[in-house]
Design a protein around this ligand. Structure first.
Ligand code: SF4
Ligand code: SF4
Length: 312
């Protein structure tokens, strides 16, 4: 599981209280333990364990952009089809920033779980790879860089904690193939953190910026069509090689989406714009408003005429 917090609390006790306040979707009342990369946990999960699949039968899996890319390609689905068939949307925070979770059946079981285990194991999401640990991205007060901390949850149904093996968080991440997931999602987590930290400074995000966030984060095929469109090419000054690459390279497109989000949401300009593109967009918007104003006037005049005719 991946969680975000904008301000790093002081002590382990206050960290634990902070975690309790977060919307951690677990059915346990136990307070999680906060861990560093070198801390060791006692844990092993394997097919012969008595609780095999128990966690997947109470699944509450929040997806990251790279999780979705891996899953949809593994299943041979477009992002639109994957989102429709396998996810449910939710709001990640009070500002309405959209997120997606894996769909479950009525009993709460993941749709991918089978008697023999996870049917998408090679492409399982980062939350599943981390479990029973999780990642928290935090921004310490007065520090410019984010800090990763890990937490461990002990749930009654999970017997892996009773196994004899001790493993460091660092080795566990390696074993679970998490490094590429963390690398790919780091910038996205930073965007989320920055949005939370800036909060009222930036104000409530517009509907359009929330739509852009959703498309760039989760709907890679629609985002590809958007980037390859004439209007996008007319707005941004990018080389032909870039367009050629993102036609097939999903991770490259995803990372470009992070840049675009930072440019649109925070004004961090890293994508050059075509000369005069801003003025052109302003003019198009002005013409659009003018057309709407005229059609409103025409509709109003017609209503007046109809009224006059009916009354004579
Ligand atoms: S994706 Fe796989 S590992 Fe994750 S909850 Fe579903 S069945 Fe379990
Ligand atoms: S040991 Fe824990 S993680 Fe492994 S199958 Fe059992 S409940 Fe799931």
């Amino acid at each position: 599981m991946v969680f975000l917090w904008s301000e790093l609390p002081g002590s382990a006790d206050s960290e634990a209280k902070m975690i309790k306040k977060l919307d951690i979707p677990l059915k346990s009342d136990l307070v999680p333990e906060i861990l560093n990369n070198t801390d060791k946990i006692q844990f092993r999960c394997h097919k012969g364990i008595s609780c095999f699949n128990a966690c997947c039968k109470q699944a509450d899996v929040t997806l990251t952009p790279y999780d979705i890319i891996r899953l949809e390609r593994h299943l041979g689905l477009s992002s639109e089809e994957f989102l429709k068939r396998h996810t449910v949307p939710f709001k990640m925070d009070a500002q309405g920033v959209p997120g997606v979770r894996l769909k479950t059946d009525e009993s709460g079981a993941c749709l991918f779980v089978r008697e023999v285990g996870c049917s998408v194991y090679e492409a399982r999401p980062s939350a599943c790879r981390f479990y029973p640990a999780g990642l928290m991205a935090m921004r310490p007060k007065d520090e410019p860089t984010d800090k990763s901390r890990y937490f461990l949850i002990r749930e009654d149904h999970c017997k892996g904690h009773q196994e004899a093996r001790r493993v460091s968080i660092r080795d566990y991440r390696k074993e679970q193939g998490l490094e590429i997931y963390e690398d790919m999602n780091r910038e996205w987590l930073q965007i989320n953190l920055k949005k939370r930290s800036s909060g009222p400074t930036i104000g409530k995000p517009s509907e359009l910026s929330l739509q852009l966030f959703f498309m760039c984060s989760f709907d890679v095929d629609r985002f590809r069509r958007f980037v390859l469109s004439d209007s996008f090419r007319g707005t941004y000054d990018l080389e032909d090689g870039f367009y050629g690459q993102i036609e097939t390279d999903d991770p490259a497109l995803m990372k470009f989406g992070f840049r675009l989000m930072k440019q649109v949401l925070f004004g961090e300009k890293t994508i050059p714009e075509q000369e005069g593109a801003l003025e052109k967009r302003r003019e198009e918007r002005r013409q659009h408003r003018e057309m709407r104003r005229r059609s409103e006037i025409e509709r109003h005049e017609k209503e007046q005429e109809d009224l006059l005719r009916d009354s004579t």
